[in-house]
Design a protein around this ligand. Structure first.
Ligand code: NAD
Ligand code: TDX
Length: 332
């Protein structure tokens, strides 16, 4: 029975992680979350309070972080500013949360000797050409494109340095694009689903050729648990489910599954510095730790996600207008 400190647990991946752990173990979880625009307390409603508690605060608050890390056995660090488009408009919170926040956590786990798992992204590797047979591996050089991915790359490198220089017991995982329930509607898939529900045409950046490597959020979180359980200290594991698809195909599939003509979308301004393609080679995770994705049918996973947004309009509706207004201001 471990006491887990989960940062960013009111966000998309973190809230699904909390539910997975509570449903499948006897562990207890404390969520530390600042409830920024991206955090949603409703994502944590109805959990068993004997094994779950919530602390509102920032990972940049050194005293709070030290106190919480000192009373837990394991830290899983999800908290981040996570949206590329926001990082292009204002990089400042990305530097604070992703770099300074990770630094404070590392200092605390160093003082207390606490096991630490660092959640990161495939975006630290930059992008691949559309016709490149290569995929990212654990030894691909870092080459981030946006302020978001640069801040995540920097935070990964802090972890590596704290392992090597201070003997911190840490692992890192870099995952590809997640989809599933409770994802903020600023992100690609839930934005288009909620647009269609609201009678707004989906918005495709540029020509829509960009490729993302989709994985269901529960498959990501099951991999994280496996790494925490059996991963080698100091190692990096790439998490991916062989889910490469271009954005145009994803929009067409959303429209078709929602009973609309497949071409009922608009092309809008492209993202500055838009990464072309991500693709993960997750051989290490599969061969060393025996992980495999359970969600192998993207269309079925997407259909279930659409159902979740249809059934949970109270969860996302309060943020819809402000989210679309922010995009409209930059022609997206
Ligand atoms: P999210 O934006 O949905 O959630 C982030 C959470 O962190 C929110 O609840 C927010 O309130 C909280 N937070 C932000 N700043 C904080 C601070 N200073 N202190 C405490 N809490 C703070 O993000 P997500 O999509 O769930 O991503 C979680 C993690 O997974 C991030 O580290 C991200 O880089 C990584 N990741 C995401 C994806 C993806 O496809 N979404 C893929 C790979 C890796
Ligand atoms: O309206 C849109 N139209 C569109 O074409 C939006 C919001 C996005 N896009 C494109 C941009 C990307 O090519 O869709 C793709 C996915 O966009 P996002 O959902 O913003 O994700 P991405 O930028 O790929 O980053 C995501 O995966 C890696 C997460 O947001 C990151 O946190 C994670 O690290």
């Amino acid at each position: 029975m471990a006491r887990i400190l989960c940062t960013g647990g009111a966000g998309f991946i973190g809230s699904n992680f909390v539910r997975l752990v509570l449903d499948n173990s006897d562990d207890s979880i404390t969520v530390l979350d600042a409830l920024t625009y991206a955090g949603n307390a409703a994502s944590l409603q109805g959990l068993d309070e004997r094994r779950f508690s919530f602390v509102r605060g920032s990972v940049t608050d050194a005293a709070l972080v030290d106190q919480l890390v000192g009373s837990h056995d394991l830290v899983v660090h999800f908290a981040a500013e996570s949206h590329n488009d926001n990082s292009l408009n204002d990089p400042s919170p990305f530097i604070q949360t992703n770099l300074v926040g990770t630094y404070e956590l590392l200092q605390a786990v160093r003082r207390h000797g606490t096991r630490y798992h660092h959640i990161s992204t495939d975006e630290v590797y930059g992008d691949l050409e559309l016709d490149d047979p290569a995929r990212f591996t654990e030894t691909t050089p870092y080459n981030p494109s946006s302020p978001y991915s640069a801040s995540k790359a920097g935070s990964d490198l802090l972890v590596r340095a704290w392992v090597r220089s201070f003997g911190v017991r840490a692992t890192i995982s870099n995952c590809s694009n997640n989809y599933g329930p409770r994802q903020h509607i600023e992100k690609f898939i839930p934005r288009q689903i909620t647009n269609v529900i609201d009678g707004i045409r989906p918005k495709l950046y540029g020509a829509g050729q960009n490729v993302r490597d989709w994985i269901h959020v529960d498959d990501h979180n099951r991999a994280v648990l496996r790494i925490v359980e059996a991963g080698r200290i100091g190692e990096t594991y790439l998490i991916g489910a062989d889910g490469e698809l271009d954005n145009k195909s994803v929009v067409e599939l959303v429209l078709t599954l929602m009973g609309q003509p497949a071409d009922a979308y608009d092309h809008v301004n492209d993202r500055a510095g838009h990464d072309l393609r991500y693709a993960i080679d997750s051989s290490r995770l599969r061969s060393e730790l025996g992980w495999q994705p359970l969600y192998r049918d993207f269309e079925a996973g997407l259909a279930a996600t659409i159902e979740w947004y249809r059934a949970n309009q109270a969860w996302w509706r309060p943020m819809k207008q402000a989210t679309e207004a922010k995009y409209a201001a930059v022609g997206q």
